[in-house]
Design a protein around this ligand. Structure first.
Ligand SMILES: [Zn+2]
Length: 193
């Protein structure tokens, strides 16, 4: 059986990752069975759905851990007599490190896996689970946002606007702000080029 394809839509908050994920499902999922998963930790999203900032939603199974994705598909390899062709996983950075093993297992079974997720946490450090997925990806699309401070197009970082030291704190506008390197580190006048 040929290995499934691993496609990643990663980058900064407000950069259009979830939109790209659903666009992929719309284009490549035609005539195929698509199953989507989101972490329960993502309280920002509508329960049981991948939600874009523009309000588009796609039904998704909420799971506590990455192993739950494995368990779900292990006991439900077919839905209504059809094999699952594509698995979508949004907010991959919120999952535990075992996600990579689950994804590799799905690929071995010939299932295409398409993940969305943040590359960098609120302190400016890489999200390891996402960088590990990148090592095995067939295709990686990187989405960057517009810097809220200077208007530059290369906002790789997102500043947390509330006091909270936990690494995973779900939130949208008002909780996070996309910023470029210069503005995030408060050095100079931004990166408008
Ligand atoms: Zn900036």
């Amino acid at each position: 059986m040929p290995q499934g394809r691993l496609v990643l839509y990663v980058g900064t908050m407000f950069g259009g990752k979830s939109h790209a994920l659903l666009f992929h499902a719309g284009i490549h999922g035609y005539g195929k069975l698509v199953k989507a998963f989101v972490p329960k930790a993502d309280t920002r999203s509508e329960a049981g759905a991948i939600t874009t900032h523009s309000g588009v939603t796609f039904p998704a199974v909420e799971v506590e851990t990455s192993h739950d994705i494995y368990e779900f598909l292990r006991y439900l390899p077919e839905i209504a007599g059809r094999k699952v062709d594509i698995v979508l996983i949004d907010e991959a950075h919120m999952f535990d490190g075992d996600l990579i093993n689950v994804v590799l297992h799905l690929l071995e079974r010939g299932i295409d896996v398409v993940c969305g997720g943040l590359t960098i946490d609120f302190e400016g450090n890489p999200f390891e689970v996402v960088t590990h997925l990148m090592a095995f990806a067939d295709q990686i699309e990187v989405y960057r946002a517009t810097c809220k401070r200077c208007g530059g197009a290369r906002a790789k970082y997102h500043k947390r606007l509330i006091e909270d030291d936990r690494r995973i704190v779900p939130g949208g506008e008002g909780v996070y702000e996309p910023q470029c390197y210069q503005c995030f580190h408060e050095i100079g006048d931004g990166e408008t080029r």
